[in-house]
Design a protein around this ligand. Structure first.
Ligand SMILES: CC(=O)SCCNC(=O)CCNC(=O)[C@H](O)C(C)(C)COP(=O)(O)OP(=O)(O)OC[C@H]1O[C@@H](n2cnc3c(N)ncnc32)[C@H](O)[C@@H]1OP(=O)(O)O
Length: 509
């Protein structure tokens, strides 16, 4: 064979090979801080209904300690990922941080990179390379999903043959006494993303996007006076928000991202709701994904023409609702029309219709059988903002592996949402050889060793004055070592956080 023909054949073989590879997620690792609030106790402290909180929110949430911030959570998850998946750090060309909790407005992922390298050095491993990109992504709870999409684009263009790590990390704190208080949490999920997925294959071209500026349903303005209230100098991450209005924004954004995704698929959109095997939607608390998904189904029925609309009318009649009114609202492109809605103003019929559907076969077929995988375990995680969606994917894969459920080739939907608002509907396929990589997901291990807080400890930690907290015993994790003062060695030291990698001495024997 002439030399040039041989080269041509090789080139074609390589092209064919790369065309057959399916990029996506190959590893998942979690880190949760140990401080925990049990929601049944929280209900007692606050005279709230445990029956309601258990059904709507979950069982418990985690809180960062005074020695944690979003970077310590992120670096701890990433170090575990590198260890558990035996990643060669030199191969990582893209280290992304998705978060809405950064405490440094200048850097973010590069700080985390430095911390990871400290941990790798302490463990006798090689370092992340100098030629690794370190972007940070911010769009409320969607930052990590944008990081994942950017990582896949990197791997398809200038990062062919490399690997990416996307860390989704957040601290979800709401003011004491606000509607959001039981939906707090803190934690991080690190994703290994590469050109040939071991867990979840992602076809970027099939993704549906949505974004829409709103009158603020949820914001964290930097100038918020509360930031200066904490005496320990840490930024308190309290949002300004309108809870019930934000749930309608979630519904509206997920509906439009779904429509954008379904428009790219062949066949009737409504079939997708039967065909998809499992659904994972941004999860601020237990009930929200089911509400978002059933509403997306109702929107799709309304858009499905005479057959879907007839079905919808049947549901409305059975629920005692005015079908014309429901249909008209479902067909309205933007029920908000640029204004903030009052409680119950948008979709006022929704609760009644959902209540009716709950007792019909359609709930089992379209909702129950699609959103159950890993959902029970998620009740112990609390709200992780941008880490909530990958944490649920991790829970689904880990539990299917533990319980011997076969997932190979299943079609999944991962739908991310970030207030303000934006959403991404991402179809995924479970890789054929998913089990080996799923066995390394540390979901259950990440929940071990919780330290339950008393009401006094919880309030003190929330308000930044934790005097007598039960001590942490971190191992192979990161903590804030000190915050620089203007008495420090460098005049530019003021307010800068310095971190420490902690390796606990193992007990002898
Ligand atoms: C950050 C984001 O992701 S934005 C999208 C979601 N928004 C948020 O997470 C913002 C923070 N969260 C919040 O502010 C709150 O959790 C809210 C506003 C979502 C809910 O606040 P609440 O005061 O609990 O609202 P409400 O009293 O309406 O109850 C919520 C649900 O509990 C149900 N409920 C009430 N009592 C009970 C009970 N005893 N048993 C079972 N369910 C009950 C209600 O019917 C309602 O159900 P629905 O959501 O299906 O309609």
């Amino acid at each position: 064979m002439p030399h040039s023909t041989h080269l041509g054949a090789l080139k074609w073989a390589l092209l064919l090979k790369s065309a057959l590879l399916a990029p996506g997620i190959s590893g998942l690792s979690l880190y949760l801080p140990p401080y925990r609030v049990q929601l049944d106790e929280w209900c007692q402290w606050n005279d709230e209904s445990w029956t309601k909180i258990r059904a709507v929110v979950g069982r418990s949430f985690r809180m960062r300690g005074p020695q944690h911030n979003v970077y310590t959570l992120a670096a701890s998850a990433a170090l575990r990922l590198i260890r558990d998946y035996d990643i060669n750090p030199a191969q990582v060309g893209f280290l992304a941080l998705g978060t809405e909790s950064s405490s440094d407005n200048s850097a973010g992922a590069v700080i985390v990179k430095g911390m990871i390298n400290d941990g790798l050095r302490a463990n006798g491993q090689s370092q992340l390379a100098r030629d690794c990109e370190v972007p940070e992504f911010k769009q409320a709870c969607l930052g990590g999903v944008y990081g994942l999409k950017a990582a896949l684009r990197y791997l398809a263009t200038d990062g062919v043959g490399r690997q990416a790590i996307v860390i989704c990390a957040d601290v979800a704190e709401y003011a004491i006494g606000s509607t959001g208080e039981p939906t707090q949490g803190a934690g991080a999920v690190a994703l290994l993303v590469n050109g040939d997925a071991d867990l979840l294959e992602v076809d970027l071209a099939a993704v549906g996007s949505d974004s829409q500026y709103r009158i603020a349903d949820f914001r964290k303005p930097f100038t918020r006076f509360r930031q200066s209230e904490r005496e320990d100098g840490q930024m308190q991450d309290l949002p300004v928000f309108n809870g019930r209005y934000s749930t309608n924004c979630y519904i509206d954004a997920t509906r439009h991202a779904m429509a954008a995704m379904l428009a790219k698929r062949p066949g009737p959109s409504i079939d997708y709701f039967d065909d998809v095997d499992a659904v994972f939607i941004h999860r601020p608390y237990h009930r929200m994904p089911a509400t978002g998904w059933v509403m997306s189904y109702l929107f799709a029925l309304a858009a499905d023409g005479p057959a879907g609309q007839a079905q919808l009318r049947t549901y409305c009649r059975a629920a005692g609702l005015d079908a014309d009114m429901v249909l008209a609202e479902l067909l309205t492109e933007d029920p908000f029309e640029g204004r903030e809605m009052g409680d119950g103003e948008a979709y006022p019929w929704s609760r009644k219709l959902r209540g009716h559907l709950l007792h019909t076969e359609v709930w089992d077929r379209i909702i129950g059988t699609k959103l159950w995988l890993g959902a029970e375990a998620m009740k112990d995680l609390g709200n992780l903002y941008t880490a909530a969606l990958p944490a649920w994917l991790a829970a689904g894969l880990a539990h299917a592996h533990r319980d011997g459920i076969e997932l190979a080739g299943q079609e999944w939907l991962a739908l991310g949402y970030g207030s303000g608002d934006a959403a991404e509907a991402i179809p995924m396929r479970v890789a054929v050889g998913w089990k080996a990589a799923a066995a390394k997901i540390n979901f259950e291990a990440a929940l071990l060793g919780p330290i339950d807080l008393s009401q006094q400890n919880y309030v003190a930690l929330h308000e930044g004055q934790p005097d007598d907290l039960p001590p942490l015993v971190p191992n192979d994790e990161f903590v804030i070592d000190r915050v620089g003062t203007n008495n420090g060695p460098n005049f530019y030291d003021l307010g800068i956080e310095y971190y420490r990698h902690v390796v606990r001495a193992q007990p002898a024997g």
